[in-house]
Design a binder for this molecule. Structure first.
Ligand SMILES: NC(=O)c1ccc[n+]([C@@H]2O[C@H](COP(=O)([O-])OP(=O)(O)OC[C@H]3O[C@@H](n4cnc5c(N)ncnc54)[C@H](O)[C@@H]3O)[C@@H](O)[C@H]2O)c1
Length: 360
């Protein structure tokens, strides 16, 4: 889908969206698209992205693609939530009038009557969420001091950590990470928490990052070994954990990877479906990214459970990702399909079952 050729209803039909809403309030500089993909399991949850898109079709593509992805992420995470996403076609560096614009967008969300819950995403911050909260309760991911779920990163890291344990159990018949060698690409919010847990478990961790400060912290506080951005693909290791950018598993990097497992937090780790067969040929076990990085969305979603967010509920759900990974890998063997394909199938099956129950 490129240029201005986009046929919105055609795309909506193909991807199965329930609703796409456009908001336009030039008085406050607001141009927004909200995509509600599926609400069978519950309100559609997904972040609010703020970005200067090249053209409108790019923004629509983002909204449709990402909201569909959120449906599968929430479903496989066992949440009673659906998938949605919003994109503001606005400069993320906007300062003047930002508060007023988010007040307005809060009102827009309120008009959707809770069918869509927004949260922080690329270009937006907790302050923006708090401004929307003044107009609607359908904005999530605010600070723990204010009764919210706080930073989602430690939960995302916890989900990845338990997935790595599940994957090692399958590969090596042991949950013990002591002595395992893990390469960690990116020691940012999620990567640093993951590094801490891995080191506590006795794993050897080799990291890379574009930030010298992060590398220094990883080395001095957690005893990580450091390699350059390019070398990370050539390190002989057990697990490759991409926790920075997307599409790092691609036709160029795959021949270089010598790991047994790929399990990390980054979104869209695989360049495209063509790498499935190469991953299988190399006997690498791939843990679907949208499953193992769902700790953050679980925590944010926890703000909408009865009684509000709780650490215990969140921890139980996030630790359950371990069982979900085993289930996906079992089904992957049974169905002779790539784990990512099976994860989407299982997510769709849960929605279908709920839909059938609702019909009675
Ligand atoms: N934060 C969450 O809860 C969460 C949830 C789901 C998915 N994710 C995904 O996980 C990834 C990491 O998220 P985060 O919140 O830790 O982001 P972050 O920005 O805090 O950390 C990313 C780190 O990667 C480094 N980096 C950037 N380019 C790099 C490169 N080419 N090679 C190596 N390092 C590089 C950055 O310097 C930074 O330290 C992202 O892909 C994000 O979309 C995060």
């Amino acid at each position: 889908m490129t240029g201005n050729e986009i046929k919105v209803l055609g795309e909506v039909e193909k991807r199965g969206h329930e609703q796409v809403v456009f908001f336009h309030y030039p008085q406050v500089g607001l141009k927004a698209i909200v995509g509600i993909h599926n609400t069978v399991l519950g309100p559609a949850l997904g972040g609010c992205r703020m970005r200067l898109y090249e053209d409108e079709s790019q923004a629509i593509d983002d909204v449709l693609r990402l909201s569909e992805g959120m449906t599968y992420k929430s479903s496989i995470a066992g949440l009673d939530l659906g998938g949605g996403k919003s994109c503001l076609i606005v400069d993320p560096a906007m300062k003047e009038g930002r508060k007023e614009m988010f007040y307005k967008f809060g009102e827009c969300l309120e008009s959707l009557n809770g069918r869509y819950i927004t949260a922080e995403d690329m270009g937006t911050c907790v302050e923006d969420i708090m401004h929307m909260r003044e107009k609607t309760k359908w904005a999530a991911g605010f600070s723990q001091e204010q009764g919210g779920s706080g930073d989602p990163s430690p939960w995302t890291a916890m989900g990845v950590f338990h997935s790595i344990i599940a994957a090692c159990e399958r590969k090596y018949d042991s949950k013990d990470l002591n002595g395992r060698h893990i390469t960690l690409q990116g020691v940012g919010h999620v990567g640093m928490y993951l590094l801490e847990s891995l080191r506590e478990s006795g794993a050897k961790v080799t990291v890379c990052d574009t930030s010298e400060d992060s590398l220094n912290k990883a080395k001095s506080e957690f005893g990580a070994e450091v390699v350059s951005l390019e070398e990370i693909y050539d390190v002989d290791c057990d697990v490759y954990a991409p926790c920075a950018i997307g599409q790092t598993v691609n036709p160029e990097t795959l021949p270089r990877l010598t790991c047994d497992i790929i399990a990390g937090a980054a979104n869209n780790q695989l360049s495209d479906e063509s790498v499935y067969s190469a991953i299988l040929d190399k006997n690498i076990l791939y843990c679907p990214d949208f499953v193992i990085n769902s700790g953050g969305v679980i925590s944010v979603g926890g703000e909408f459970i009865e009684g509000g967010w709780s650490e215990e509920w969140t921890q139980n759900k996030v630790k359950n990702i371990y069982h979900t990974i085993h289930r996906i890998l079992d089904e992957s063997e049974k169905r002779s399909k790539f784990p990512e394909v099976v994860a989407i199938e299982l997510a769709k099956e849960r929605i279908q079952e709920a839909e059938e129950k609702q019909k009675g």
